[in-house]
Design a protein around this ligand. Sequence first.
Ligand SMILES: [Zn+2]
Length: 186
Amino acid sequence: MNRITYTSIVKDDNPSLRLKSAVLNLPLQKKYIALAKRMLRYVKDSRDDEKAQKYDLKPAVGLAAPQVGVNVQIIVVVVDDEDGNFIEYCLANPKIISHSVQKTALSLGEGCLSVEVEHQGLVHRSARIKVRAFDVLTNEMVEFRADGYLAVVLQHEIDHLNGVLFYDHINLSDPWKVEENTLIIE
Ligand SMILES: [Zn+2]
């Protein structure tokens, strides 16, 4: 199984990142299960300094299939939440089925493996979301709620499936302006 490397990640000068990704038929074909697992391996290994160095992995907390050149609805997310819990998701066809009115944003803005130029500014997202998806690791449909940092990362990755990049959400005339009813995550 060949590894995904940082060099092989599709960058934002490639118009394919702006396409909508295809919904996958279930049960997932083997090649898509294998793809999802390669993506998960990238993100997990990228958290390990030694492996990151050895295998050309820039640290990441998530990845979407269009970023590895396949326009299908698969995302992976690996984060430590505010309580220090290790959380990993490997999802097909993720859909946000409801979201809070309250917004949230990371105080320092966001970054992306596909974006090499720095784009400064707040990225406002829903503070809480409910997601429905096919869980590749357990092979079943799941529904779960997410808030805080996890919700931000999930929304960033799901955006990729719709051809949306984080800087599309930055208010260019006032990039650091906090919108009403927004929780800032430090
Ligand atoms: Zn991204």
